[in-house]
Design a binder for this molecule. Structure first.
Ligand code: CMC
Length: 430
């Protein structure tokens, strides 16, 4: 007999089975709770709610551990390529030589977007946020390939759809940037790596040849890897939520991109840079910024700090710090925003408010400074997060569909509105 949790309500005791994960995390299964007791659980923001079992990513927030399919994030960031990591997340194992060759070929062959979609980029207002453009075009990609809508039943079609999305998302990101600065698009080239291709599409032009710096290419690769999955976060849960209605993969990913956009989630990387720039320009002191962040009447929060799961240093932020030191030392590059960020971290980690609440820098705190070193503009930072997160979203969508008992995600509520009442004619209704 496995472990059980007993719950007593109105003098009756009910038992719920305990579920144990491979890392010994525990849950108790309340699927029958309402049927048996008439009660539902209430958990604002899903702080204690497990929505699924998953074998993709393990996070231990107390000890600062992050593993994809069992592999520590630090090892992957050092040794893997982003396409290898994408394969690992989506298909469950590191690719063999022949699988990787096939995946690379599919990425190359599927890197272009339909030419009709180019009007879309050109006709968006130049001020349009690139996350809005990205989500719209990813959804539109599906309209150009409707035969993929039921692809989950055909493995080779699914593989093609995956490669198309992973490859095209960087083309879309680079094209949206080029459109926003009014420059002609630069097309992907077959003999470049995933990251080199992206940097080239972003920064080369007919009048300005661009040579990809191998150190930046390596840094971009590691950045995309550390963002690639993070179990049931807001955007991934959104992808699962939308996918649970049997909506197609493009629509589900489009919804995930929109969820990522918000400043409490992926949009925090843009907010961090904006805060650092504001400090630099306004001469506001670090102490003033921290006081604002602590003031409960002020909506301002210190972006890049705190996490629902990590109650210790975010392991992704540690990887990024190592990368930054390498780049800044080797390239003799200096960014005054980095000095501000380091001082902000130093003071926050010694501040009682942050210590008590276990608020540490998260992945978004330093990623923007790294992207800035590559020349990526501030409003593109969350798009970079989305490129990285795409394999995770696909992996979760696939896992949910492969599970065999796809159930529509549909939480319940406790209604707090008026009781039944009846229609009142106008004439200043009361
Ligand atoms: N600045 C000031 N106070 C904070 C911050 C912050 N960045 N983060 C949390 N707190 C306070 C919060 O006000 C609360 O205080 P109290 O207990 O007095 O009410 C306490 O710490 C617990 O925070 P919470 O908001 O209840 O925690 P949460 O798990 O609901 O939210 C979070 C997590 C990441 C949304 C939040 O820490 C936050 O808003 N951080 C800033 C935005 C950010 O950096 N987001 C990126 C997260 S990492 C990338 C990703 O995976 O999305």
């Amino acid at each position: 007999m496995g472990e059980k949790v007993s719950l007593t309500y109105k003098d009756k005791t009910y038992e719920y089975p305990v579920i144990t994960g491979t890392e010994n995390e525990k849950a108790f299964d309340t699927s029958n709770l309402r049927k048996e007791t008439g009660l539902i659980t209430m958990d604002y923001g899903y702080q204690n709610t497990g929505s699924t079992k998953s074998s993709i990513t393990f996070v231990n927030g107390e000890e600062g551990i992050l593993r994809y399919r069992g592999y520590p994030i630090e090892e992957l960031a050092e040794k893997a390529t982003f396409p290898e990591t994408a394969w690992l997340l989506i298909y469950g194992e590191l690719p063999t030589e022949s699988q990787l060759t096939l995946f690379r070929r599919l990425l190359t062959e599927n890197s272009l977007v339909h030419e009709n979609l180019l009007h879309f980029f050109r006709e968006m207002p130049p001020s349009a946020h690139p996350m809005g453009i990205l989500s719209s075009i990813v959804n539109a990609l599906g309209l150009f390939t409707p035969r993929f809508y039921d692809a989950e039943s055909k493995a080779d079609e699914f593989d093609l759809m995956v490669a198309g999305l992973v490859s095209k998302i960087r083309t879309i990101a680079a094209f949206s940037y080029k459109a926003s600065i009014g420059e002609p698009f630069v097309y992907p080239e077959a003999d470049r790596s995933y990251c080199s291709n992206f940097l080239n599409m972003m920064f080369s032009s007919h009048t300005k040849p661009y040579v990809v710096n191998p150190l930046m290419e390596k840094a971009l690769n590691a950045l995309l890897i550390v963002h690639a999955d993070h179990e049931q976060n807001c955007s991934t849960s959104t992808v699962r939520m939308v996918g649970s209605s049997q909506a197609n993969l493009y629509a589900s990913i489009c919804a995930g991109i929109c969820a990522l956009w918000g400043p409490l989630h992926g949009g925090a990387n843009q907010a961090v840079l904006e805060t650092l720039i504001r400090i630099q320009k306004s001469g506001m002191t670090i102490k003033e910024v921290l006081e604002r962040a602590k003031d409960k009447k002020d909506p301002f929060k210190l972006s890049g700090f705190g996490h629902r799961v990590y109650k210790s240093y975010d392991p992704r932020a540690k990887v990024l710090q190592g990368l930054m030191e390498k780049i800044f030392d080797q390239e003799d590059y200096h960014d005054p925003l980095l000095d501000i960020a380091r001082e902000l971290e130093h003071q926050a980690l010694r501040d009682e408010y942050f210590m008590e609440r276990k608020l540490y820098p998260n992945v978004d705190f330093y990623s923007g400074i790294l992207y800035r070193a590559m020349g990526i503009p501030t409003n593109m930072l969350t798009v970079m997060f989305a490129i990285g997160r795409l394999p995770g979203w696909i992996a979760h969508w696939k896992e949910m569909h492969d599970d065999g008992h796809l159930k529509i995600n549909r939480p319940r509520q406790i209604y707090t509105g008026p009781n039944e009442r009846h229609w009142v004619e106008r004439k200043d209704r009361t």
